[in-house]
Ligand binder design. Structure first.
Ligand code: UT7
Length: 338
């Protein structure tokens, strides 16, 4: 291992993950159950995506509820009291309501009265974007701690008659607590974020914002659902994941040999495997849990991180790469010494 690279000096403080947690609704939907709703099969979904089952919220369960439960689990792990949190970021594209932010509801349910809070809309990249923001605040000495949550109820904006998209998505939330460490070594070593607004049409849900407000009749009723151009997303995702991981490792002066685990946004097992292959990553360094959750957008990286850590696949001191790609288009990565 040969750090830091590019002539940069390590900061005085680093943002260390001291707690992690997740929460998914109890109700599930299997591929076989989906095959009774649309013209598909367990075999097609498993081979093309790796998904076997996804978790689905009931009408009574909302994004803020999932986010709060995941945050409580992360706070328990960090042994931190909610009243000590200084910042709460909720990454989501399925917010509790138009406003106030989902983070406001989470603050209220947690009793995190000292925190300032906001939502972050960068779709599947929202959680890694959130970590990048917290990294800057902690490294500059402005914050002692923060909690970043990725939470989604995508099944509430899913068209259950569209077999090309409804097989993909699930609901859930994941969270991490980050704290300032004076050990300039451990923590988030590097974050890089990117976007390409020219490709917004590849993934979207067009109602009900200012362009298509709820006060006007929609020209196309399907605008209330997620629309995806699956093939375009597939190709862009592989390309951007490979680019951004390569860039991040180069910046840190690390190689794939130094990396213990590659934790990608879980959008399709084939996308993750193709990217990992191009990065020359062996299977044991690639964490995939999409089979049990489907694609949960901003929640997928923190759910995967929590799952990976609880399964003992990463330990303190390991180098872990988080990478995400999604609507916007947006993509980014965090290199972490856990
Ligand atoms: O996190 C970012 C959001 N995620 C995405 O946007 C997803 C990214 N894209 C993907 O994961 C893949 O492109 C999909 C899983 C959506 C589709 O897989 P694919 O291998 O790219 O399939 P395809 O779209 O090329 O379709 C192959 C065939 C088509 O039939 P024909 O034209 O070959 O006769 C589709 O009509 O599979 C058909 N098909 C299905 N068949 C059974 C499409 N969806 C289904 C289905 N069940 N659910």
């Amino acid at each position: 291992m040969n750090r830091p690279a590019n002539g940069s000096f390590p900061p005085a403080y680093r943002a260390v993950i001291t707690g992690y947690g997740s929460f998914v609704p109890a109700k599930t939907l299997t591929n076989d159950e989906l095959a009774k709703m649309v013209d598909t099969s367990d075999k097609w979904i498993t081979t093309r995506t790796g998904i076997k089952v996804r978790h689905i919220t009931t009408d009574q369960e909302s994004t803020a509820l999932l986010a709060t439960r995941a945050a409580e689990n992360a706070l328990d792990e960090a042994k931190m009291k909610a009243e000590d949190i200084e910042l709460i970021i909720v990454a989501t594209i399925t917010p509790e309501m138009v406003f106030p932010s989902t983070a406001s509801f989470v603050q209220r349910s947690l009793g995190a009265s000292k925190a300032w809070v906001f939502d972050l809309a960068a779709a599947c990249s929202g959680f890694v974007y959130g970590l990048s923001i917290v990294q800057q605040f902690i490294e500059s000495g402005r914050l002692n701690n923060a909690i970043v949550i990725g939470a989604e109820t995508l099944t509430k904006i899913t068209d259950w008659t569209d077999r090309t998209s409804c097989i993909l998505f699930g609901d859930g939330a994941g969270a991490v607590v980050l704290e300032r460490s004076k050990d300039g070594r451990k923590g988030i070593l590097y974050s890089t974020m990117h976007s390409d607004g020219d490709r917004w049409e590849a993934l979207n849900c067009q109602a009900y914002g200012s362009r298509y407000p709820s006060s006007k009749k929609l020209d196309d009723p399907n605008k209330i659902y997620m629309q995806i151009k699956g093939r375009e997303v597939y190709q862009q995702a592989i390309r951007r994941i490979v680019e951004t991981v390569t860039e991040s490792l180069d910046h840190c002066g690390l190689t794939m040999d130094d990396v213990k685990m590659f934790i990608s946004h879980q959008m399709n097992a084939r996308i993750i495997e193709s990217a990992a292959k191009r990065l020359n990553l062996p299977d044991e360094k690639v964490f995939i849990n999409i089979g049990e959750y489907g694609n949960t957008s901003a929640a997928s990286v923190p759910i995967a991180f929590d799952d990976c850590a609880r399964k003992g696949k990463i330990e303190r001191g390991d180098i872990v790469i988080l990478v995400a790609f999604g609507a916007g288009l947006t993509w980014g990565a965090n290199v972490i010494e856990f």
